[in-house]
Design a protein around this ligand. Structure first.
Ligand code: AMP
Length: 420
């Protein structure tokens, strides 16, 4: 027999974690919908070309893409992130601007799986297209900060930088290239290879020998235009106005090549070094144009769900919600009473569960405990004869008889109807 297991870098998310994921998405939804962002569901795969626009020098594109030819001969890729898809959707549908959307769902990257790094991982995020206003940059950053705080996270640090516009970035890449070339002999082999592809990426290296050289590297903000500098200052003062603390980090360039001007990253100081980055984003003013649309400003962020939950564990906050059901029906006669009663209870807007296969009363009561029910309704032959049920508030050690026709009123005393 084959021994089937999940593929490396993927996981089954079972209860109670799955309930925690849903609650996480729920908190995100209410945070961003309160700021006017609409839900978008982009497809999980696109023509490879859409993602190539992320920049052919990025690892996500060159090394980590799940791409294949479909039966129609199209070159397809599973999405490694969702910003490119949102921009492609903007070009395809031309919505009125500002277009503010949020998303939640899995992405796929062929990375080396480890704690906090998976091949299928979930992100929640927002994108806002068509507005260049520095207040929007600050709004986007503030929403991420608000979300983290709604989860209960406190040990979060925000780093921010400006990459200037695309001209500035090219000038900087050249300057950096010259600097690293001068110190090439001291760089690690990995960084030497990165240098050939994209000098900016060398700044991401956490390797000790590279760090010594990186510390002396020129900062991008020395090369940025006055316009970009003014924009950056306006973003910072808009953050100050909201009392959002940040650290300016001259070395923050982030993984994807399309970023322009404002770029930011959130780090959890409660996590171990390898996976402290729990979210980030920035402006990508050239991306819509690269996908065939009109010049359009854009800014957004993506927050890693998996890693943010690890940060929640590290701070002991945002536990999985308790499993709950209003009623658990215990039928020791023949199962038909539980069958009909559950149906009646559910039809009237309460939740109900039961045991199957006519287990012993002890086994059924254990199942009632596990279900998180507030009350158990117990039906034995006496109750059938008297057209009643025994109602036991769970954990109280008490029970009392309720006439069958009063059951719904009695249940209502213990629960709040939610889903009529
Ligand atoms: P990025 O799209 O690379 O800017 O990543 C944004 C956030 O997504 C990161 O800060 C991580 O929290 C998360 N993330 C990115 N790649 C992975 C991965 N392979 N596994 C888990 N989380 C990831």
């Amino acid at each position: 027999m084959a021994d089937f297991k999940t593929s490396p870098g993927t996981r089954d998310i079972l209860s109670p974690d799955s309930a925690r994921w849903r609650a996480f998405q729920g908190v995100f939804e209410s945070t961003v919908e309160a700021a006017g962002y609409d839900y978008i569901i982009p497809p999980m795969f696109e023509d490879l070309d859409v993602f190539l626009r992320l920049g052919e020098a990025t690892d996500v594109v060159t090394k980590e893409m799940y791409d294949f030819h479909d039966k129609g001969g199209r070159h397809i890729a599973l999405r490694p992130e969702q910003t490119a898809s949102v921009c492609r959707a903007f070009v395809e549908h031309r919505p009125t601007t500002p277009w503010k959307v949020w998303y939640s769902g899995p992405n796929f990257r062929y990375e080396k799986p480890q704690q906090g790094r998976y091949r299928q991982f979930d992100q929640v995020g927002i994108e806002a297209l068509g507005v260049d206003d520095a207040f929007l940059d600050a709004e986007v950053i503030a929403l991420a900060a608000k979300f983290y705080s709604a989860l209960g996270l406190r040990k979060i640090e925000l780093s921010i930088n400006s990459l200037g516009d695309s001209g500035d970035r090219d000038k900087y890449a050249k300057k950096l290239s010259e600097y690293f070339a001068k110190h090439e002999s001291k760089l690690t082999a990995e960084s030497k290879a990165t240098l050939l592809r994209n000098p900016l990426r060398v700044l991401d290296s956490k390797r000790e020998p590279d760090q010594e050289i990186i510390i002396g590297a020129p900062a991008i903000r020395e090369t940025i235009s006055n316009e970009s500098r003014e924009h950056f200052e306006a973003v910072l003062s808009a953050l100050d106005a909201l009392k959002i603390s940040y650290k300016i980090n001259d070395r923050l360039v982030r993984g994807l090549d399309y970023y322009r001007r404002t770029t930011f990253e959130f780090v959890s100081t409660a996590l171990e070094a390898a996976h402290t980055a729990i979210g980030g984003g920035g402006r990508y003013d050239g991306l819509v144009e690269a996908l065939g649309g009109p010049p359009t400003a854009g800014i957004g962020f993506a927050l890693g769900l998996d890693r943010t939950l690890l940060a929640c564990d590290a701070e002991s906050v945002f536990a999985a919600p308790l499993k709950e059901v209003d009623v658990f029906v215990v039928d020791t006669v023949d199962g038909t009473h539980a069958h009909e009663l559950c149906h009646q209870i559910r039809t009237h807007g309460f939740s109900a569960d039961r045991a199957y296969d006519l287990r012993s009363i002890k086994a059924q009561m254990k199942a009632a405990d596990r279900s998180g029910a507030r009350i158990a309704l117990i039906i034995g032959s006496n109750e059938v004869e008297n057209e009643s049920v025994m109602l036991r508030p769970m954990g109280s050690g008490e029970q009392y008889v309720v006439p069958r026709q009063d059951i719904l009123n009695e249940i209502a005393k213990y629960t709040i109807k939610t889903n009529i």
